[in-house]
Design a binder for this molecule. Sequence first.
Ligand code: HGY
Ligand code: MN
Ligand code: MN
Ligand code: MN
Length: 402
Amino acid sequence: MSVAEDLAGRFRALWDELAPIGRDGHSGGYLRYALTEPELRLRAWFREQADGRGMPVTDDGNGNLFAWWGDPEAGDAVLTGSHFDSVPHGGAYDGPLGVVSAFLAVDELRAAGATPARPVVVGAFVEEEGARFGVPCLGSRLLAGEIDVDRAAGLRDSAGVSFAEALGGRPAGRRPDLLGRFAAFVELHVEQGRALVEAGAPVAVASAIWPHGRWRFDFHGEGNHAGTTRMADRRDPMLTYAFTVLAANKEARLRGAHATVGRVSVAPNATNAIPSRVTGWLDARAAEPETLTGLVDAVHAKAADRARRDGTEVTLTEESATPLVAFDGGLAGRLAALLDAPVLPTGAGHDAGVLAAHLPTAMLFVRNPTGVSHSPAESATDADCAAGVTALARVLVELACR
Ligand code: HGY
Ligand code: MN
Ligand code: MN
Ligand code: MN
């Protein structure tokens, strides 16, 4: 058995421990919402893995976990890791691949007899997807002080449970004492696209994350009986909503941007009742900030214009926004040369995108044959995942052992 096959086998063994946790039997997708039972089981798995490696685990008071190879009080540490939580019926790899690969990379360094000059830390960030509490990268934003702690504490899930209640207390918020102990962060992540398939390479280094954000559109009209209300007398917010979805799609295509309305809520949500309210969430992303702003403004203007025609009202609320993230160019170039890997931008947000504003940060992408993500169809081969671990181990040697 080759070294690569042995590593792929060790990856598969760990991977099979996680695979059943939070998997939906019908869709095959994952329901691993932050701090719910499946994700708590993954966090317990994290602690077992750390314990098994003699790595003390600390929690930053925001729900983020850190396993330390080295002195948890020391500075200049190299952090690697990702998140466990998923979107509804998400794929297996988005998040967990970065955590599993981090532990295996530590194993690779130890097997090679490496003795890091500074701590190597494996991290797992809470609520990266924002699928439970609505704000993506909630844990890393709290750690970095990028979100108001009271707002974060009060965010509620669909059952009305607040983040503070789920966490078991008010989040600690900004932790400069901890963040200041990290010299660099490297997040390994499954690619959410097919650039590596087209490049014929197993691993890439990230250059940038597109600016992106989430906006909530609330459409208000007049609820009424579906059977007795003439069409001419209606003030139907579903009509304005539908038009806005079409406008978002058209305006994004015109700009080479990405616009998605993947979530909607209707009141009273009855087949035989004209809605009184329709809420739709717009996820918009573009390569340049001004394109993104132009897209959202255009969609808002079209929605307001249509609302006037429909006799409805529309309000727009920005729920989260992430500026363009240009990863540390020197670090990205150094890692791309080290790994002989291509350098790629991405439209996907990551905790690395938040921390990049606070410390030298890099991302590694692992090839995804389908290119599909946020879906059960997300995939990666064991061989490519092993290549990702080997790449991450080489990066950790470069950053922590020199
Ligand atoms: O939505 C994103 O881009 C990330 O997967 N949270
Ligand atoms: Mn994701
Ligand atoms: Mn992710
Ligand atoms: Mn009736």
